[in-house]
Write a protein that binds this ligand. Structure first.
Ligand code: GDP
Length: 296
């Protein structure tokens, strides 16, 4: 992830670091390059604009500190603004609510919802010693419920028994009841997706939300879709309301534009990254570590 940005920003800023003095023209030229590099990484235009504006403002207004060379100062300003754009602090899934805490997974078909549900369940079971129940509410894709059951078996996480013929809201209510009676700490609801956003999908999500009152609603979005992923997050947030984002397929994303735009555009934190098909391929999203990685 971010390979292309790393190359570009790294070399732009490397050209500055060693310099004892920088003119306004030097800073302006570097910022033009930074702007171009971000746009090429598919970062959204509004985010690029405010990012470069803030860096320019700080670079111009920065007091000259004797111990730091001006070039290094610009690099630090870019770093700090990257962290701010990415969301400053790491935000974990919040389980601070009466059990069973319901986590609803939403997103388009093929974005990685089912895989991510199982990854999250496995991690909560192993690292946080939580008792987790998973349920698939996807009655549209014939094999979806079975897919989650198999992943549950693989990861040793309980799944709600499948009853043919039930609709999503009915299954959700049954899952909530089973989680409560079974003494589970967490209930993960894997919802159905569509190939694109449409009103029936949004209406279904809103209905499930009303029936289960989830504590977390996580949008699962494919980072390879770049700007589309950002627009998707905005739409889901406006219509259903989300509490966080999981970006998947970052293992195949050399640009990272979605990651850089998500927080600034939606105001919602990226909580986790999907980094592969395996059940352990899930990482926390740490803004400062990511900024370090981008700057190489
Ligand atoms: P859903 O339709 O949203 O439930 O998507 P699935 O969970 O079925 O995932 C679709 C495909 O994407 C599967 O082949 C997954 O193995 C794959 N996948 C999911 N997350 C990741 C990821 O982070 N990286 C990679 N490389 N593949 C992923």
């Amino acid at each position: 992830m971010f390979e292309s940005l790393q190359d570009r920003l790294g070399s732009i800023l490397n050209g500055l670091t060693g310099r004892g003095s920088l003119s306004d023209a030097d800073v302006a030229a570097a910022l033009r390059e930074v702007r171009r590099a971000l746009l090429e990484a598919d970062v959204s235009l509004e985010v690029v604009r405010s990012f470069t504006d803030r860096v320019r403002e700080k670079a111009v207004g920065a007091e000259i500190v004797k111990s730091i060379k001006p070039g290094q100062m610009v690099v630090k300003i870019v770093h700090d603004e990257l962290v701010a754009t990415l969301g400053s602090d790491q935000v974990a899934i919040d389980l601070n609510a009466p059990a069973p805490v319901t986590v609803m997974m939403v997103g388009l078909q093929g974005s990685g919802k089912t895989t991510t549900s199982a990854k999250i369940a496995k991690r909560m079971t192993e690292r946080q010693k939580k008792r987790v129940l998973m349920a698939s509410l996807d009655t549209r894709r014939p094999a979806a419920q079975e897919q989650l059951r198999i992943l549950g078996e693989q990861t040793k996480v309980a799944t709600l028994p499948i009853i043919a013929g039930q609709g999503p809201v009915e299954i959700a209510a049954r899952a909530a009841q089973a989680a409560k009676l079974g003494g589970y700490d967490v209930l993960i609801l894997d919802t159905a997706g569509r190939t694109h956003i449409d009103e029936p999908l949004m209406a279904e999500m809103a209905e499930i939300k009303a029936a289960t009152r989830p504590h977390e609603i996580l949008l699962v979005a494919d980072s390879l879709t770049g700007q589309d992923a950002v627009n998707l997050a905005r739409s889901f947030d406006e219509r259903v309301g989300i509490t966080g984002i999981v970006l998947t397929r970052v293992d195949g994303d050399g640009r990272g534009g979605a990651a850089l735009s998500m927080r600034a555009v939606t105001g919602k934190p990226i909580k986790l990254l999907g980094t592969g098909e395996k059940m352990d391929a899930l990482e926390d999203f740490h803004p400062s570590r990511i900024a370090d990685r981008i700057l190489g």
